[in-house]
Write a protein that binds this ligand. Structure first.
Ligand SMILES: [Zn+2]
Length: 385
C-alpha cells in the first residue's frame, strides 16, 4: 500500500473543514427531496449539482420522467489515460414528504446534527464532496476515473436507477456505497440480506356457511394452513426469513370465503437461499381439495454477500488504523443499491456514509465529529483502490 501517512494527512487536512461540511449539510437537508415528488426532488438535485460543480468535475443530470433526475459526477485525473473506474454510489431521495422539515428542521445540538435525511444519507453526499476536495488539495495522483452516482429513488426500490447503477458498476473495479453506517461505532455493512415481496393468493369456492357448508372451499382456511407451512421455513441462523405482513380475505359473515391473500416479506443472506425460497414458494400446492393457489412476486434485491465486501473491508480497516481509528463491520437485514452491484460480483463496500442513528424517523441525526474521518476514509480508499 502506498504512503502510509496518506490517511492521516487526509484526515488532518479535512478536520478544519467541519464547519463547511455542516453548512453544506444544512443546505442539502433544508431542501426536501421526497422520492415521490419529482419537482421537489429535482430542485434538490440542482443544489447538489451546484456544489459538485465547484470541484471542477463533470456534472451530468440524467433526466427522468417520473422521478427526480439522477446525477452523475465524473472526476478524471488528468495524468491518467486509464479506462479503469471506481464508483461511489448513493441516493439523495428521502422517505419524508414535503412539509416534514417544518416539523423537524435542521439543527445542531449536543454534537448531533438533526433533520430529515441527515443520516440517510445527505451527510454521505457531503462527505463524498469533501473526500474529493481533500484528494485535490493534497495533490494525490489518482490512477482511476471516479464516478459519483446520486440517484433519486433508492427509498422506493430504485426502479428508474437500477439499470444505470448496474451499467456504471460493470465499468468499475470497486463500488463504495455511502449509505449510513450502523450503530454508534459506525460499523460498515459488509453483508446485507436480499429483500423481496411475494403475494400468495388463494381461490376457494363460496357457499352458504349454514345451508351448504360442505359445498364451499374456504380460502381463508387454506391460506391459514399455507401460512403455518411457510412459517416453518424461517431459519434465523441462516438469515432466512419469511413473514406474512398483510393478510386479507372473505366478504361477509355467513359466506364461506372465496378469496384470501397474504403479502409476504422475504429475506435471505445467501443467493442460494434466495433461489431456494422462491422455488419453494412456487412449488406450494393446495391442502384443501378444490382450493387454488397463485404466487406472484419474489426478490427485488439480491443479497449482498460478505465475500464481495471482504477485501475492500480489510483495506478500509487498515486505512482507518493508519488514522488511529478502529473500524468494525456488521450484517444487516435491509437492502440498498449495494445489493445490485454486489450481486454482479463487483467488489462492494456499503455503509461508508455517516455515523449516527434514527434513519426514517423524526429523531434522525449524524454525529458531527465523525464526518471528517469518514470523508478521509473514503478519500483514502479512492486513492488506494
Ligand atoms: Zn439510504
Amino acid at each position: 500500500m502506498p504512503d502510509c501517512n496518506l490517511p492521516k494527512d487526509l484526515l488532518r487536512g479535512l478536520k478544519p473543514f467541519l464547519p463547511e461540511m455542516l453548512e453544506m449539510l444544512r443546505e442539502f437537508v433544508s431542501v426536501e427531496s421526497p422520492s415521490l415528488e419529482k419537482a421537489t426532488a429535482d430542485h434538490c438535485c440542482g443544489i447538489i449539482a451546484e456544489e459538485w460543480r465547484k470541484s471542477g468535475v463533470g456534472v451530468e443530470r440524467i433526466p427522468q420522467d417520473l422521478r427526480g433526475d439522477h446525477l452523475r459526477v465524473t472526476y478524471s485525473p488528468q495524468k491518467s489515460h486509464s479506462s479503469k473506474q471506481l464508483l461511489v454510489l448513493g441516493h439523495y431521495d428521502t422517505v419524508y414528504p414535503t412539509g416534514t422539515l417544518a416539523k423537524t428542521p435542521f439543527r445542531i445540538s449536543g454534537g448531533k446534527a438533526y433533520g430529515p435525511a441527515t443520516f440517510d444519507m445527505k451527510a454521505g453526499i457531503v462527505q463524498a464532496i469533501f473526500a474529493l476536495r481533500a484528494l485535490q488539495q493534497a495533490d494525490v495522483t489518482l490512477t482511476k476515473r471516479i464516478v459519483f452516482l446520486w440517484t433519486s429513488d433508492e427509498e422506493i426500490g430504485s426502479g428508474s436507477s437500477h439499470q444505470l447503477i448496474e451499467t456504471e458498476a460493470c465499468r468499475s473495479d470497486a463500488v463504495f456505497v455511502l449509505e449510513p453506517s450502523f450503530g454508534p461505532r459506525g460499523l460498515l455493512k459488509t453483508a446485507r440480506k436480499g429483500v423481496g415481496e411475494a403475494q400468495l393468493h388463494v381461490q376457494g369456492r363460496p357457499s352458504h356457511a349454514g345451508l351448504a357448508p360442505e359445498e364451499g372451499v374456504n380460502a381463508i382456511h387454506e391460506l391459514a394452513h399455507q401460512i403455518a407451512r411457510i412459517e416453518e421455513w424461517n431459519d434465523h441462523r441462516r438469515g432466512v426469513s419469511i413473514n406474512a405482513d398483510i393478510v386479507e380475505g372473505g366478504t361477509r359473515t355467513n359466506v364461506i370465503a372465496e378469496n384470501a391473500r397474504a403479502l409476504l416479506d422475504l429475506r435471505a443472506l445467501r443467493a442460494s437461499d434466495m433461489h431456494a425460497l422462491e422455488r419453494r414458494l412456487h412449488a406450494l400446492r393446495p391442502i384443501h381439495k378444490g382450493a387454488r393457489l397463485k404466487v406472484t412476486g419474489g426478490f427485488d434485491r439480491p443479497p449482498l454477500e460478505r465475500k464481495v465486501s471482504a477485501t475492500l473491508f480489510a483495506r478500509a480497516k487498515a486505512l482507518a488504523k493508519q488514522m488511529g481509528l478502529s473500524l468494525g463491520e456488521c450484517t444487516v437485514g435491509g437492502g440498498s443499491d449495494g445489493n445490485f452491484t454486489g450481486a454482479l460480483g463487483i467488489p462492494t463496500l456499503d455503509g461508508l456514509g455517516a455515523v449516527g442513528d434514527g434513519a426514517h424517523s423524526d429523531h434522525e441525526y449524524v454525529l458531527v465529529n465523525t464526518m471528517p474521518a469518514r470523508a478521509a476514509l473514503l478519500a483514502a480508499l479512492l486513492a488506494t483502490c
